[in-house]
Design a protein. Structure first.
Length: 272
């Protein structure tokens, strides 16, 4: 019988055995929101969950796939119908409680894989609180799937858009959706919208921040920066690029899962 890797399909003794085997709990987190005229509102959810599903399926002896947290923090997108947002404090506590539940059952490593940019700060806090409130028994880490090392490397090679071309509902996200569910992508409606923000506040998923600006951030209402909901060049997306980036993301989750699993730290020392 193949090794189970989906947490939800395990019996409670199997969950206990997975924790005792020191498998990493991989938790996808995303949100439902606008992604232009051409992509469904489940874009962030589909990308994060599929990347994690395919990655954990390859390493069932090293990780378990936790059911996704599919609602996140998107208040600045609420001008666009379809968006669902959760209060930042509720969101942080919810994710933290999921992680602490896993810690209670013996999982000592949790990898949160994020698919929505504005979840980044709340998820960092949820992970930090997990470590603190578990007294260090559980190390929770976070990563945006576009921040995975192999994805960043593949981005340099496969992208054809300039800086800012991969920001939201863009070349990157559209290409991934084309690789996963091409029948739901309306490429004839794809647009190329650039950000009106100055260099210090510009961000590109695959390239990070601009070299000619400070590393700063600001988040206006989304509708003040884009008419369609897109930031970037969705027209540059192809299924072929998506397949390259999907495989890179899968390998990146595997690589990071192993790195987290092997992480060893000295015992905490209270110097009072």
């Amino acid at each position: 019988m193949p090794t189970k890797y989906r947490y939800a399909e395990m019996t409670w003794p199997e969950c206990d055995a997975a924790a005792k085997a020191r498998k990493v709990a991989v938790l996808p987190v995303a949100t439902y929101e606008d992604h232009g005229y051409h992509l469904p509102i489940d874009t962030d959810v589909l990308l994060a969950t599929e990347i994690c599903e395919r990655a954990v399926a390859r390493i069932p002896d090293e990780a378990v796939l936790i059911p996704a947290v599919t609602h996140g923090y998107s208040p600045h997108h609420m001008d666009f119908p379809g968006t669902i947002t959760i209060g930042w404090d509720t969101f942080i506590r919810y994710v933290k409680d999921v992680c602490l539940s896993l810690a209670h059952h013996g999982f000592d490593r949790v990898l949160i894989v994020n698919g929505h940019g504005s979840n980044t700060s709340p998820l960092d806090m949820a992970a930090r609180l997990t470590v603190v409130e578990s007294e260090g028994r559980c190390l929770a880490a976070t990563v945006n799937h576009w921040g995975l090392r192999p994805v960043r490397e593949a981005g340099k090679e496969a992208r054809t858009s300039g800086f800012g071309g991969t920001s939201h509902a863009c070349e990157y996200e559209t290409a991934l959706y084309l690789a996963l569910r091409p029948e739901l992508v309306q490429m004839e409606k794809a647009v190329d919208e650039s950000t009106p923000l100055p260099p210090s506040f510009q961000t590109d998923l695959l390239a990070g921040k601009r070299a000619d600006g400070s590393v700063a951030s600001v988040m206006p209402w989304w509708s003040s920066m884009t008419e369609s909901g897109v930031r970037g060049n969705a027209r540059a997306a192809t299924r072929e690029k998506g397949e390259i980036w999907l495989e890179a993301a899968i390998l990146g989750v595997i690589e990071l899962t192993r790195e987290l699993r092997e992480l060893a730290l000295p015992a905490r020392v209270d110097h009072h």
